[in-house]
Write a protein of this length. Structure first.
Length: 342
């Protein structure tokens, strides 16, 4: 009899837990659905499609927005993202620029490399291919990259003539060496610091763990903690979460390992054009120390901007500020622009 009562109690507790989880999921879904930003984020604009073939044969999906005869702005998204990550900037700047965005290799609608090469150097070659295909002959573009996009710009600068292709560059919420992966997100105790690099490489950046195909209160909270600051909306987190889930686990892992192994500070002197550097005060993935070091080593710093109460996803969290900074960078690249100030 006692065993029966125990089983009934366990079953009751299990039913209560299931009901609680279902209620939490319902409330989470309702919060996202009620967010005023949801309608905009779920209807991204469509641009003029362009297929670009990179040097190793990888086919890249690009789209062109805005003024047909305007100055060209090329935007590179980050790790596990896709070209519509730039939705806010496309909407804000399309009346002033001809905007070129593309999915990085293995991301979004771009193809996988035929030889499985996701090295950071290859992302730089992809940028060169896009500039060659999408920027009118004789013109130079303002080239801006978020996270992995900024790393791709640095990799491109190592082997190409920056001033011949770009009038200005922007390295946004990024680092170009010395990434510590999981140690930045979850503090590693002192006794375990010798293991921090392999933990970061294989347990965080290089993880191939599959992700849930639906958003849950837990997945939402983890992503918000790792990638965002405090003022992000539920629909904005969900917008990025959909891109993260859509990124194939093997691509996510291969690129994560490549970022961990990257060291590109030596190429900063090659970025001789006016360069904007932007960081989020609360960025756990590429903290402001990365931006400050980059700014100190650049030969032509246009501005160093640290946004308060902002995490890694600045173009989503602070779209107006990011768009304004890109606009100012474009102005600084004009022949009559005043010299940049440190």
């Amino acid at each position: 009899m006692a065993d029966r009562r125990r089983l009934i109690r366990i079953a009751s507790l299990g039913g209560t837990a299931i009901a609680g989880a279902a209620l939490a999921q319902y409330r989470h879904t309702r919060r996202v659905a009620a967010d005023p930003e949801r309608a905009l984020l779920e209807a991204p604009p469509s641009g003029e499609p362009l297929t670009v073939t990179s040097a190793d044969g990888t086919e890249l999906h690009a789209e062109i927005f805005g003024l047909a005869d305007g100055p060209t702005l090329v935007l590179l998204h980050g790790w596990t993202e896709a070209l519509h990550y730039w939705l806010y900037q496309i909407r804000e700047l399309s009346s002033e620029f001809r905007i070129v965005v593309f999915d990085l290799r293995g991301h979004g609608r771009s193809g996988r490399p035929p030889n499985g090469d996701y090295s950071i150097a290859r992302f730089g070659e992809d940028l060169e291919a896009v500039l060659d295909a999408a920027v009118p002959p004789g013109d130079r573009a303002v080239v801006a990259g978020h996270s992995l996009g900024g790393m791709s710009i640095a990799a491109w600068a190592e082997h190409h003539d920056v001033a011949a292709r770009a009038s200005g560059t922007a390295l946004l919420f990024t680092g170009i060496g010395g990434l510590l992966g999981g140690q930045l997100v979850i503090h590693v105790p002192r006794f375990a610091q010798a293991l921090s690099e392999p933990i970061a490489t294989h347990g965080f950046l290089g993880s191939r763990a599959p992700l849930l195909r639906i958003s849950t209160p837990i997945s939402h909270a983890v992503i918000r903690y790792v990638a965002f600051g405090p003022n992000i909306s539920p629909a904005q987190v969900a917008f990025y979460e959909r891109m993260l889930v859509a990124c194939p686990p093997d691509v996510r892992a291969a690129v994560g390992v490549a970022m961990q192994e990257m060291e590109l500070h030596h190429v900063l002197p090659n970025l001789s054009v006016p360069t904007l550097v932007m960081a989020g005060e609360l960025d756990r993935l590429t903290p402001p120390a990365h931006a400050r070091r980059i700014a100190d080593e650049l030969p032509n710093l246009q501005a160093l901007i640290e946004l308060p109460d902002t995490g890694h996803m600045g173009p989503l969290e602070r779209p107006a500020e990011v768009s304004a900074a890109l606009r100012e960078l474009a102005k600084a690249t004009q022949p009559s622009a005043a010299p940049a100030l440190r």
